[in-house]
Ligand binder design. Structure first.
Ligand code: PA5
Length: 447
């Protein structure tokens, strides 16, 4: 089986290979710190061996639960925010038909999402669309106390219980949370829901290969065994025994850190396939939360191309030269659309006749890469042989491993997220949450 690959050649006009290889010792040391558990945040390294340590029994339990939901539900709502939903959405969007929800002969339940915002219109419309539909809920929160999913779950739980009765609702609700603590654990135990545990030592943004991602992905009809198998390959390929030159996670970490030191403060993850949009959203959380701290960190941004070449293209080509670009390139697509000859040729496109649409896209990709390099944007390229669970599994683990290495190279703790708390404190104070009286008084005085 092939592997995903990384090509840094088009970044080398901006930083040299020598500069990147000068980071070899630091990158290897950072990788070793992950494996030895000697770095900051070492109580959150459970993700490191998740792919190779997940057992057949655990996968079977997830698959059986997924099958139960699949047999009962036409829609399953995955409730969660941040790391508790982005991995699922990334995989489901990448692998399912783009117009899945409009298909009438569906084999798999539609996965909808809630708790990833506090949008009242969104919740109202979700609740309306669920009326009269057989639905279930996977409620995911590692802490079990996050406001957004808790709020959505309260509303959806009531709706489900009213629709099918409290007893049946219990069989359609699965909770994924901490083994012992948090409001969701208490609620799930009290109601008697089927639960899965998010290990203590796996942070939200590194949890896609736990039941957090695996259960809803399995409900969507996607092979979680292939996903895990792909991740296992990358776990091996990025180990401490792999030489720097062959370790794509270490090379990626070293290159982006070198670019950062040279003034490239923003990394844009670009894809040329709209189905990969949420892979970038997942990646943004991973890198943004892991590295953006202590006044440091590359700002992770993303674009869908060629779509955004007609909106952000000008900025990327010609704006402030503080960016570099990492392109996710796909070798082989699943579908074929051939451009046909048109007798009248009024649109002037007959020069493309006989070609696949993807050939045009690939030339757009190549042309864009060269244009951006000419415009002063260093370019990295990650190639996926195909968009399959197996290669997405590789990609997830590659990005996770590179993120850990990169965070240590940068000198931050990649596994905490103290900054996420600031808005919560203010929100609770503004909402008069009991226990926040002092903060309420202070914040109201500022208004
Ligand atoms: O990376 C993280 O840990 C966080 O951003 C979480 O993913 C997010 O806040 C959701 O948290 P929880 O699963 O505890 O509800």
């Amino acid at each position: 089986m092939k592997k995903i690959s990384l090509n840094i050649d088009k970044a080398l006009g901006f930083v040299t290979r020598e500069q990147i290889y000068a980071q070899e010792a630091k990158a290897n040391e950072s990788n070793a710190m992950l494996h030895n558990g000697t770095g900051a945040g070492n109580d959150f390294l459970g993700w490191l061996h998740l792919p190779s340590s997940i057992t057949d029994a655990e996968l079977t339990d997830i698959e059986n639960t997924a099958n139960l939901l699949r047999s009962k539900c036409e829609v399953v709502v995955a409730v969660g925010i941040g790391g508790s939903y982005l991995g699922t959405k990334a995989v489901v969007e990448a692998l399912n038909n783009s117009f899945d929800w409009l298909q009438t002969d569906r084999k798999n339940p539609v996965i909808l999402y809630a708790g990833q915002n506090i949008g009242e219109d969104y919740l109202y419309e979700l609740s309306e669309i669920l009326k009269g539909k057989q639905f279930g809920i996977i409620n995911i929160s590692k802490s079990g106390t996050t406001t957004e999913p808790a709020l959505a779950f309260r509303i959806l739980k009531k709706q489900l219980e009213e629709a099918v009765g409290k007893e049946e609702a219990k069989h359609r609700i699965v909770a994924i949370t901490d083994a012992n603590k948090g409001a969701l654990r208490t609620l799930a135990d009290q109601e008697g829901y089927k639960t899965f545990i998010i290990p203590d030592n796996v942070g939200g943004r590194f949890s896609v290969l736990t039941p957090v991602g695996l259960l809803p992905i399995a409900v969507a009809g996607i092979s979680i065994r292939d996903l895990v198998a792909g991740a296992v390959v990358m776990e091996k390929a990025t180990g401490t025994d792999v030489p720097f030159a062959d370790n794509m996670a270490a090379i990626y970490a070293a290159t982006r850190n070198e670019l950062y030191q040279s003034g490239k403060k923003i990394e844009i993850l670009a894809n040329f396939h709209p189905k990969l949009h949420y892979i970038a959203e997942w990646w943004k959380q991973l890198y943004g939360e892991s590295e953006g701290k202590d006044g440091k960190g590359i700002f992770p941004a993303s674009v869908d191309l060629t779509t955004d070449l007609h909106s952000m293209g000008q900025w990327i080509q010609d704006g402030e030269r503080t960016i570099f670009e990492t392109v996710i390139s796909v070798e082989t697509l699943d579908r074929t659309v051939i451009i046909e000859t048109d007798k009248e040729n009024l649109d002037g496109l007959n020069f493309l006749a006989g070609k696949r649409v993807d050939e045009v896209n690939k030339m757009a990709e190549l042309g864009t890469q060269l244009a951006h390099v000419d415009g002063g944007v260093p370019n990295l390229k990650i190639t996926l042989p195909q968009v399959t669970p197996y290669y997405i599994g590789q990609l997830f683990y590659f990005f996770e491993k590179a993120c850990g290495i990169s965070g240590y190279m940068l000198g931050v703790n990649p596994f905490d997220q103290p900054g996420v708390e600031a808005y919560k404190k203010n929100m609770f104070a503004l909402l008069d949450k009991p226990g926040f009286e002092k903060e309420t008084e202070a914040i109201k005085a500022r208004l």
